[in-house]
Design a protein around this ligand. Structure first.
Ligand SMILES: O=C[C@H](O)[C@H](O)[C@H](O)COP(=O)(O)O
Length: 277
C-alpha cells in the first residue's frame, strides 16, 4: 500500500497500514496531527461516556466520528452485541454496518442513552455550529433524544465564540421549494448578506440532504453570534426552514484533541480540564 493511500476517508474506520517497501506497520510513523487530535478526543469521549450499561447509542457524522466507532468496536463483541446504534445519516449508517454493529432507527428507539458527534465550531458555553456535512437535522434529533450528548473535535473547533474560525456560516436545511424565499429572509431580515445555497461538488445543482432537502449557508457577523440562541430561534421561525445547524444548550461535554497530545475537556456543568491520555 502506497503512502498516498494512508489518509482516512470520511466514512471508514482507520486501520493499520503496511509499507510495501519495508513490510512494517507505518501507521505509527506517518501521523497527521489533525487526525491524531480527532482520534484522541473521540477515544477519550467513548471511554468516559459509552459505558457497558449503555444500550442505545447515537452515532454522529463527519470525519471525527469514525474514531468513535473504532473505539466502541474495541470495547469488544460481548458488550456490543447487546447494543443498538442509531445513525445520523448515510455516512454513519455505513460506519455502523461496516463495523459489524447492530443498526437501528430513531423511530424504533426514541430514548437514546448517549450520542457522540463532531462539530464545526464550539463556543465556551458548548453551543456549537454543525452541518458542515449537511447532517444537522438528524444530528439534532439524536442529540435531543439522548440522555447525554457529547461533542468530539480537534483543536481547530475550540473557540470562545461562534464565528471565530468557522466562516462558512450557519448551515440551514430548507425544503427545496422554499429556498429562494428563505434566502431573501436571511439576507434582508436577518442581515446575512452572503447567505448562499450550498452547491454540490461532482454534481450539477445543489447539495441534497439525506432527507431530500437543500442547505443554505448563512454567515453572520461576530456580534450576532454573541446570542446564538436568539439567532437560532429567529432562523427557525422562517417558514420553509427544517432545521438550523446551531445546537444550543445541548451538549453535556466537549472533547478537543490538541496538537501536543492532550485533550481539553469542557463541561456544560462548568469546569474544564486538560488531560494527557
Ligand atoms: O453535518 C455534519 C456534521 O455536523 C459534522 O459533525 C461536522 O461537520 C463536523 O465534522 P468533522 O468531524 O469532519 O469536523
Amino acid at each position: 500500500m502506497g503512502i498516498e493511500s494512508l489518509s482516512t476517508p470520511v466514512g471508514t474506520v482507520p486501520a493499520a497500514v503496511e509499507s510495501a517497501e519495508t513490510g512494517l506497520d507505518v501507521s505509527e510513523v506517518v501521523k497527521d496531527p489533525i487526525e491524531e487530535a480527532k482520534k484522541l478526543a473521540a477515544w477519550m469521549a467513548v471511554d468516559r461516556h459509552v459505558l457497558p450499561k449503555h444500550k442505545v447509542i447515537g452515532i454522529g457524522s463527519g470525519s471525527t466520528v469514525p474514531y468513535v466507532v473504532e473505539r466502541i468496536v474495541q470495547q469488544g463483541e460481548e458488550v456490543n452485541k447487546g447494543r443498538v446504534f442509531i445513525p445520523t445519516g448515510f455516512q454513519s449508517k455505513e460506519l455502523i454496518v461496516q463495523a459489524g454493529l447492530t443498526l437501528a432507527e430513531i423511530d424504533q428507539f426514541p430514548n437514546v442513552d448517549v450520542t457522540i458527534d463532531g462539530a464545526d465550531e464550539v463556543d465556551q458555553d458548548l453551543n456549537c455550529i454543525k452541518g458542515g456535512g449537511a447532517c444537522q437535522l438528524r444530528e439534532k434529533v439524536l442529540a435531543e433524544a439522548a440522555k447525554t450528548f457529547v461533542l468530539v473535535a480537534d483543536y481547530r473547533k475550540n473557540s470562545a465564540r461562534l464565528g471565530t474560525n468557522w466562516k462558512a456560516g450557519v448551515p440551514i436545511e430548507v425544503v427545496p421549494f422554499a429556498y429562494a424565499k428563505v434566502l431573501l429572509n436571511l439576507r434582508n431580515n436577518l442581515g446575512s448578506k452572503e447567505a448562499t445555497l450550498r452547491m454540490a461538488k461532482c454534481k450539477a445543482g445543489p447539495v441534497v440532504t439525506d432527507n431530500g432537502n437543500f442547505v443554505i449557508d448563512a454567515p453572520f457577523d461576530f456580534e450576532t453570534f454573541g446570542s446564538p440562541i436568539q439567532l437560532m430561534t429567529q432562523i427557525k421561525m422562517l417558514t420553509g426552514v427544517v432545521e438550523v445547524g446551531l445546537f444550543c444548550n445541548m451538549a453535556e461535554a466537549a472533547y478537543f484533541g490538541n496538537q501536543d497530545g492532550s485533550v481539553s475537556v469542557r463541561k456544560a456543568a462548568g469546569g474544564s480540564e486538560e488531560v494527557r491520555p
